[in-house]
Design a protein around this ligand. Structure first.
Ligand code: C2E
Ligand code: MG
Ligand code: MG
Ligand code: MG
Length: 291
């Protein structure tokens, strides 16, 4: 007996209830408990300077290991958290964890940038910039060691207000990164208007390298554009050395992908960092190491 309470609204306890909805509700409930039960963790995936094969930064990637559901993919729970608004809580936690980790790297003598994904709803919080500033000063992280990854769609809605926000974040010294570049619907105009430090070529364009002529053309164009605009370019999802070699021949400086490493728990990331060595920004800016 499903009671309709207006379009799309049903009582929760009905036995006939759609099992997809039920499992979704269970999953969402579990997600809201996961943080306080220590079931969420921030992993770190190396970003590599292609020319020297040394680590230049790390992307923070949220992981959820649930006793009932197992490892739940961010592709499943991040959209769920975005829909329910819980992403604001989750995102604040990821940001603080990431900042703390970057402070540890600095204190340990290997200052390295940490790059944190930010969802639209988080970025739109009126106090986002203020909280960001507070976190940086509370933990004592130099702003240039933090980057925020946004998708193009974030810049579309309320474009004026979001542009102002981007500028005030850049003024703090925090780097702004466009994630999944080339997959959004926005115009390219924002690239010349806004202080964007870095663009990440979406893995869907990297996958076809080196063979696919279309992917080659797109990747090559993004790299040239980045160079002309003074924006760094990182290729995402690099899995083979053939892809890396192709990117290098197209003069891409940085990559991220399983070829080097997946996202790692903090300790394993530290080990990888000691193995590969880190490269400071000044070194590749000044050409101390060749591309
Ligand atoms: P993204 O920001 O584009 O992150 C890159 C995704 O590609 C990650 O998936 C990463 O594990 C995966 N990846 C990296 N290298 C390779 C590779 O060589 N091959 C393949 N096939 N995949 C690779 P993950 O961790 O499952 O995250 C998926 C998405 O979830 C992220 O895409 C990001 O949009 C979102 N996400 C993850 N963590 C957070 C977070 O803390 N906050 C927010 N707002 N979103 C997050
Ligand atoms: Mg990202
Ligand atoms: Mg991406
Ligand atoms: Mg993505």
């Amino acid at each position: 007996r499903v009671k309709e309470r207006g379009r799309g609204h049903y009582s929760f306890y009905q036995p006939q209830m759609n099992s997809g909805l039920l499992s979704r509700m269970k999953l969402e409930h579990a997600m809201r408990q996961a943080l306080e039960h220590g079931r969420m963790a921030v992993y770190f995936q190396p970003q590599v300077h292609i020319g020297s094969n040394r680590i230049v930064g790390a992307e923070a990637l949220l992981r959820w290991n649930d006793p009932e559901f197992g490892m739940v993919s961010p592709g499943v729970f991040i959209p769920m958290a975005e829909e329910s608004g819980y992403i604001v809580t989750l995102g604040a936690w990821v940001l603080e964890q990431s900042i703390c980790e970057a402070v540890r790297w600095s204190v340990g003598g290997r200052p390295l940038k940490v790059s944190v994904n930010v969802s639209a709803l988080e970025f739109r919080q009126p106090d986002f910039v203020e909280r960001l500033q507070q976190l940086l000063s509370r933990h004592g992280l130099q702003a240039h060691l933090l980057e925020l990854e946004l998708t193009e769609s974030i810049l579309l809605q309320d474009a004026h207000e979001m542009a102002a926000r981007v500028r005030s974040i850049a003024e703090l010294g925090v780097g702004l990164v466009i994630d999944d570049f080339g997959t959004g619907y926005s115009s390219l105009g924002y690239l010349k208007k806004l202080p964007i430090a870095k663009i990440k070529i979406d893995q869907s364009f990297v996958r076809g390298l080196p063979q696919d002529p279309g992917d080659r053309a797109i990747v090559s164009a993004i790299i040239s554009m980045g160079k002309a605009l003074g924006t760094e370019v990182v290729a995402e999802g690099v899995e083979t050395s053939a892809q890396r070699d192709c990117l290098q021949s197209l003069q891409c400086q940085f990559f991220q992908g399983f070829l080097c490493s997946p996202g790692l728990p903090a300790e394993a990331f530290d080990a990888r960092m000691r193995e590969m060595g880190v490269l400071q920004e000044d070194d590749w800016h000044c050409g101390v190491v060749a591309d």
